[in-house]
Design a binder for this molecule. Structure first.
Ligand code: PLP
Length: 230
């Protein structure tokens, strides 16, 4: 099966209202072109430099899809990232949201949609809002959401999470469930300026489970492109 078939199969397999962000790190522009030709409209990249190269190589085709930053964003890369990405999914601090807000103000854009990245697995190697003490995650996330809502040039539109890398399906499931609860809690909080629309969770080996637990945005790479060479 080729890239187009695999994308189409996943598209048919999951509900229509679940968006597929094609995780394209380390893929060639030709591979990305194939998936766009197959109907993909959301592309995720992890590195600003790689996204820059891919945009240049795809030319006008790049403007027909939306781009999601799904890797950790360093503050010194924000200016370069802004013209490349439609949404930034990896906000893990108020400081980062503020830095983006200031730079958007100076750019041509009006408002950049953001997702707060939640790290419940609490693994050292990963980014995301994380809380050691049990029970305080909700207040931390709500506080970041509230403070970010006061900014003019960014808007929180949901949550993103990776999930434990080596967890059992049960661990994964309980992780997704916790993030879904957090998502619903923030939604019911009706914070002015926060629009809880997207719950970005689930990857190649977990998207079905994530959708069962309420995800409406999955980030899929290897199940579409095949395994990475690195
Ligand atoms: C690579 C990546 C994915 C997709 O992972 P696959 O296992 O290849 O589907 C999803 N989210 C993030 C943040 C990634 O870096």
């Amino acid at each position: 099966m080729n890239i187009a078939h695999r994308y189409a199969r996943i598209r048919r397999e999951i509900p229509e209202d679940v968006q597929i962000v094609v995780a394209a790190k380390s893929r060639t522009s030709q591979e990305i072109k194939e998936v766009i030709d197959a109907g993909a409209i959301h592309i995720g990249e992890n590195y600003v430099q790689e996204a820059e190269r891919v945009h240049a190589e795809l030319g006008t085709l790049a403007r027909q899809v939306t781009w999601h930053m799904i890797g950790h964003l360093q503050k010194n890369k924000i200016n370069k990232a802004l013209p490349l990405f439609d949404m930034i999914q990896t906000i893990d601090s108020l400081a980062l949201a503020r830095a983006i807000d200031q730079r958007v103000e100076r750019s041509q854009r009006e408002v950049v949609p953001l997702l707060l990245e939640i790290n419940i697995a609490d693994e050292e190697s990963k980014f995301g809002v994380r809380v050691g003490e049990h029970g305080t995650l909700h207040s931390t996330v709500e506080e970041i959401a509230k403070q970010t809502a006061a900014l003019t040039h960014v808007r929180i539109e949901g949550l993103m999470t990776m999930g434990p890398l080596h967890g059992s399906p049960d661990t994964l499931k309980s992780h997704f469930r916790t993030v879904k609860h957090l998502f619903e809690a923030l939604k019911s909080a009706h914070i002015d300026g926060v629009d809880m629309k997207y719950l970005s969770m689930g990857m190649s080996d977990s998207y079905l489970l994530a959708i069962e637990e309420g995800s409406n945005m999955v980030r899929v790479g290897t199940a579409i492109f095949g395994s990475r060479k690195e």
